[in-house]
Design a protein around this ligand. Structure first.
Ligand code: MN
Length: 572
């Protein structure tokens, strides 16, 4: 392959890069070696200059500034970044994070009014505000200056809010090259622009690297594609997290059983171990404590808050498991429901913080689009997730008359409506699904990135592949395919459902490639039934789709593969 030759990369790595849209050697080099110089100048963002000027004036005149955030990882870390920067310049920043259930997402006029009454004259939104046309009107009427920093798309059919400045690379006329930044990364850009004016060297050498740690967590947690500038932010931030950060992060690492000083933090660690704990606060209603966690200097207070987040996360998981069990039981017993192409399930009092996760779980299990509805006090709140090729928002639009509010995009939606019309919604959505999905067989599609024979997996290659980190959205963990692998020993079943195999790449009697031991340990979670069904036994030839794992168990450590798909090889 050309890229492999030009960039001097192993073929399989070049294949992965090509699959991610990287064609030239210099692009490959940038992708594999992110550095500070790859970050873009914040002043290239439309509205940045005006925003910084007003912010400087507020700081100089000792005006209290209100930061208006959101309750998720992105929204809370964005508040922390900007608050820290303002305080570093001697300003006073207060913050408001909306209460998920009482207030919901987005700017609220009542909060602006209260802030004005308390003497605030400048409000800066982070991770929100792009569609707050009415609230911007309120601000103007009150005499409050409003700066909107957000990454959400502007409404297609409306003028943007009338604010003093809007900083959003997705607004019309913004030339900023990276459009897919998360909210915290935009807050980071504003913080950078503010601090650069004062002390460019210190900002570049010390402040920015420390801010990148927080922005990296948000970038991974907010599921923006980990390419371009996002990849730079995520990589440099994760690298920075190796060194002990603030008291809050240290406490959070501890409850999540992570030790970045001894084991490098991965995108997976952030997405599946840190982010859920931070998000648990917003889901279970104490998002402002996340901001306290990341602002406090007291190790004791940080430990207390981190422990609470950990408990909330466990509660969230329990709540989720309970509801999921109820849903699975219904899918197993209600034939009508199980046949539906678009699944709508509802329950009394399911926590609204988990219905989106529940919808994702159902999609994973059934490969069908799913909507989970929680009914409480006569109001039904729903959250839905879709599958490739099915526009879920269109499905909701076909029922627009039933909702008090709804929104989202092709793959994720949310809505609220009076509970008494829920039956009608179910009927209409089910019909819509039956019509739109007619003739489609729901099936899980296994994505294979590249073919890689088992005896090509060497420590050197694994070292190269590690350069693909951080993995996540837009840069998913590679799945490889090895054909005709020989099963060396009888499959071993673990806990009745998992399987372990020893495999060797079949070379019809020819010895394995150099650098390979010849055998590869393989594990398959929840694959015991599948392996039995295929009659796989010692001596079988199989094709396996797999991910590469580095097991750090002291006894069984080393490189192994995790099977994600298996079939018997065609032998002729
Ligand atoms: Mn966001």
């Amino acid at each position: 392959m050309e890229l492999a030759r030009e960039a001097r990369l192993p073929e399989v790595l070049a294949a992965l890069l090509v699959a991610r849209g990287i064609k030239r050697a210099d692009e490959a080099f940038t992708f594999l070696n992110p550095e500070m110089a790859h970050l873009h100048d914040p002043l290239r963002m439309k509205g940045m200059e005006a925003a910084v000027e007003r912010l400087e004036r507020a700081i100089a005149q000792r005006e209290p500034i209100l930061l208006y955030g959101d309750y998720d990882v992105d929204g809370t870390t964005a508040v922390v970044l900007l608050k820290t920067a303002i305080e570093m310049r001697g300003g006073e920043a207060r913050f408001h994070v909306p209460h998920r259930l009482r207030e919901g997402y987005g700017l609220q006029s009542s909060v602006l009014e209260a802030a004005y009454a308390e003497g605030v004259r400048l409000v800066i939104t982070v991770d929100t505000g792009m569609r707050a046309v009415a609230e911007a009107e309120t601000a103007r009427r009150l005499g409050l200056d409003l700066i909107i920093t957000d990454h959400h798309l502007p409404a297609a059919d409306e003028l943007p809010p009338d604010a003093l400045a809007i900083v959003n690379p997705n607004q019309p006329g913004c030339e900023y090259p990276e459009k897919a930044l998360c909210g915290a990364a935009i807050a980071l850009k504003l913080a950078e622009a503010l601090l650069m004016r004062h002390d460019a060297e210190k900002t570049r050498e010390k402040t920015l690297p420390s801010f990148l740690k927080m922005a990296a967590i948000a970038t991974i947690a907010d599921a923006v594609p980990l390419k371009g500038e996002n990849r730079t932010i995520a990589t440099l931030g994760l690298r920075g997290l190796r060194r002990p950060a603030g008291a809050g992060l240290r406490a959070l690492f501890k409850v999540a059983a992570l030790d970045p000083a001894t084991k490098e933090l991965t995108g997976y660690d952030v997405a599946f171990r840190l982010a859920p704990r931070i998000n648990a606060a917003g889901r279970m209603d104490v998002a402002s404590e996340v901001i306290e966690l990341f602002s406090t200097r007291s190790a004791e207070r940080a430990a207390e808050l981190a422990t609470k987040l950990d408990r909330l996360n466990r509660e969230r998981r329990d709540e989720e498991a309970r509801a999921l069990a109820a849903i699975e039981k219904r899918l197993a017993t209600d034939e009508q429901l199980a046949d539906d192409m678009l699944l709508v399930v509802d329950g009394e009092g399911w926590h609204r913080g988990v219905i989106g996760i529940l919808a994702s779980r159902i999609v994973e299990r059934t490969a069908k689009p799913a909507i989970v509805v929680s009914v409480e006090d006569g109001v039904a709140h729903g959250s839905g997730r879709s599958v490739e090729g099915f526009q879920l928002l269109n499905a909701l639009e076909s029922c627009a008359d039933l909702f008090t509010r709804f929104g989202g995009h092709a793959y994720a939606v949310g809505f609220a409506m009076p509970a008494e019309r829920l039956d009608e919604l179910k009927r209409r959505l089910t019909e819509y699904g039956a019509k739109e999905m007619a003739g489609r067989a729901p099936e899980h599609v296994l994505r294979i990135d590249a073919e890689l024979e088992l005896d090509r997996i060497t420590p050197v290659l694994v070292g190269w592949l590690r350069k693909m980190e951080p993995l996540g959205h837009g840069n998913p963990e590679p799945v490889f395919l090895a054909q005709k692998a020989r099963v060396l020993t009888a499959p071993r079943i673990m806990k009745e459902k998992h399987i372990r195999l020893d495999l060797a790449q079949n070379r019809d009697g020819i010895s394995p490639r150099s650098g390979s031991t010849g055998t590869m340990k393989a594990v398959g979670w929840d694959m015991a039934a599948r392996v039995a069904e295929l009659g796989i036994r010692e001596g079988s030839l199989i094709d396996v789709a797999y991910k590469i794992r580095e097991n750090d168990h002291p006894e069984y450590g080393g490189i192994e593969i995790q099977m994600v798909g298996v079939r018997l090889s065609h032998t002729v």
